[in-house]
Design a protein around this ligand. Structure first.
Ligand code: PLP
Length: 378
């Protein structure tokens, strides 16, 4: 039997019922289920504002775009980010003609506050914190640092649906948090995401900009309704970034089971920990204290990682790598060597299989194959 890194478990009948409602109503696009998922997500998480989008990549772009307009940032202004992330995080900075400035990571694989501090200049406008695998890392220190230096804090929460810090959902105190409900995230749809601004006015702007700059409300409020229902105003060049009701249908079902599923992920993580701690050549990436992690990933670090992966593949186990140092890629190559810890981690990390389909026997088998592969490389 093959064991993949991630296999989504859709509650097929429940998903089909939600989708059936869309089809019967003839409403598959924006509105209807997209409104419902926004309300349910706010109830679940405690965010005051939430706008359902086509992806987290779109959300990160939208966030930076909105702040750049609002605060009159210049082209080339700096956003401190991590080279140890999915490229979306850093592409979003470039979409806005801003400059990603990389800070190094700590033992949680998240931004190291001291490194972030050392990267702050006159041109720094924002910091993007990425919670790798759902890990909170030193988010609190980064938040304080941003406050101290008057920097916008953007939380790339693509892995963090359901992560809590001191019993509250992560991100409530960030300027904006962006979640991904992409096909292989811990709340999978096919492609969608959620953007949660702290401020009402940015949420309103996001709704307009995610639908090409169309402002329906201007005319809805005027007395010219009735025969003029087709009328709308466009004040800015926006994007086509809003979510649709089919994706929202899948998210609504996933959200109902999010805590239960994340709980099972943590059980799997505890099994891995029990089997792998104190094994020579394997170090487990720890989760930050005082937090309840979505456990999107369970990561270990090993030497000769690529060989270890090949050996595991030969036993039909297919772990993942999150992530390769982004400075290995052309668009970011000029920043290489600035973040040695990220480069080392990039060569060592392995994400072990983590999904609802795994049972204790699978986890034992993965651990056993990993231990064998690592000991043959020692
Ligand atoms: C997946 C991911 C994204 C992008 O999410 P999409 O919804 O696929 O656009 C952004 N950041 C991180 C850290 C991710 O893992």
């Amino acid at each position: 039997m093959t064991i993949q890194l991630f296999t989504p478990n859709f509650r097929v009948d429940e998903c089909l019922l939600e989708i059936k409602e869309c089809l019967e109503k003839g409403w598959t696009g924006l509105g209807f289920k997209t409104n419902e998922i926004e309300e349910r997500w706010k109830d679940y998480s405690g965010f005051e504002h939430a706008h359902f989008l086509s992806s987290a990549t779109a959300g990160l772009h939208l966030a930076l775009d909105i702040y750049k307009r609002e605060y009159h940032w210049n082209d080339g202004d700096e956003v401190i980010s991590s080279p140890f992330t999915f490229v979306s995080t850093n592409h979003a900075i470039k979409y806005c003609n801003l400059t990603p400035v990389f800070a190094d990571i700590d033992e949680y694989l998240c931004l190291d506050p001291e490194s972030v501090r050392s990267r702050i200049t006159e041109k720094t406008r924002a910091v993007i914190f990425v919670g790798i695998g759902g890990n909170v890392g030193r988010y609190e220190d980064i938040r304080k640092l941003c406050h101290e230096h008057n920097l916008i804090l953007i939380l790339d929460a693509a892995h963090m649906a359901g992560t809590r810090l001191n019993t509250k959902h992560i991100g409530l105190d960030a300027d904006v948090s962006v979640f991904s409900f992409q096909a292989v995230k811990n709340l999978p749809t096919a492609d969608s995401g959620m953007i949660c601004f702290k401020e009402q006015k940015f949420d309103s702007q996001a709704r307009i900009l995610s639908w090409l700059g169309i402002d329906k409300d201007t005319f809805a409020r005027s007395s010219n309704q009735g025969a003029y229902k087709w009328r709308y105003d466009v004040k800015e060049v926006g994007y086509k970034y809003h979510g649709n009701s089919i994706m929202a249908s899948l998210a609504l079902v996933g959200l109902k089971y999010l805590d239960q599923d994340n709980g099972y992920r943590r059980t799997i993580a505890n099994w891995y920990t029990e089997l792998l701690e104190n094994v020579d050549g394997i170090s487990i990436v720890k989760m930050a204290p005082n937090s309840e992690c979505s456990q999107h990933l369970f990561q270990v670090r090993v030497n000769n990682r690529d060989m270890v992966l090949e050996k595991m593949n030969a036993s039909d186990i297919f772990p993942g790598v999150h992530y390769a140092d982004n400075t290995l890629y052309d668009p970011y190559r000029q920043s290489s060597k600035l973040c040695p810890q990220a480069r080392i981690a990039s060569d060592e990390v392995v994400s072990l299989p983590m999904h609802m389909g795994l049972v204790r026997d699978d986890v034992e088998y993965v651990a056993q194959v990993l231990i064998q592969a690592v000991s043959s490389e020692l």
